[in-house]
Design a protein. Sequence first.
Length: 300
Amino acid sequence: MTNLDITEKIKTLAKEKDVIILAHNYTRPEVQDLADFVGDSLELSRTASKLSSKVILFCGVYFMAETAYILSPDKTVLIPDPYAGCPMADMITGEQLRKLKGDYPNAKVVCYVNSTAEVKAEADICCTSANAVDIVNRVDSNDIIFVPDKNLGAYVSKMTGKRLILWQGYCPIHAMIKPEDILRAKQEHPSAKVVVHPECSLDVIALADAVRSTSGMLRYVKETDAREFIIGTESGILYRMKKENPEKQFFPVRRDTICVNMKKITLEKILNSLEKDEHRVTVPEDVRIRALKSIERMLM
Ligand code: 13P
Ligand code: SF4
């Protein structure tokens, strides 16, 4: 079957079974093209909380599908590959966070949405890369624990002037990007603007013109007058950038910044998922209720 045939089959089945397909900006081009909605983590959470379909088929990594279930437990949430995980989300467990909270009993906990439901359940409030600075500004405490991303935490600390207690997690894909990569790309494209994701380290961020979430990057490149952009994030974002701005040029800081987990979501697996109603994503109810509070405080 060609991609076109599979896409047609998926669309027919999705209609029959009342399924809405959500996809993250890093997924494969053919997956983005077929999705009902493509966005960053914050947009996808907001969308998932408002849908009226019976089923949400989530094309992204596991914590994103889990967040959709936490917000909409009355719906069936499916992920085409249950092994599409986020290594950063697995860098802290609920147990480890409970221990850290014990060390700082007066601290409030801000948890990046790239985390497990169990970790969200231990937090006071969630954030995404799009709203992390605003959320930390909103937290009324002198002691703030920020988990699991040390890089996003360091960036937020710099932007808010608040000292954060950081967990040492990180995204292995963004960690590949080094200052020398930016300097080389700038030399090759001297008139390009540099935009990076806040999961990059502070020394990379220091060399950028803008720091944005994935959808924030899409808005930035559209609204900025420059014709050329150097992009410091997972390379899947370039597909949408080129599609939405055919007159502009985009250069990845490195060609190998590929999140293999996002790419695990293929058309074949989406079709299989729809045909077999698998793989269902759920969260134990006691954990869900507590994680929901952290997510709802973020969405308020
Ligand atoms: P966004 O929230 O910016 O889409 O980022 C999600 C992510 O996993 C970045 O690596
Ligand atoms: Fe996780 Fe990094 Fe992949 Fe984003 S790019 S899903 S943070 S591993």
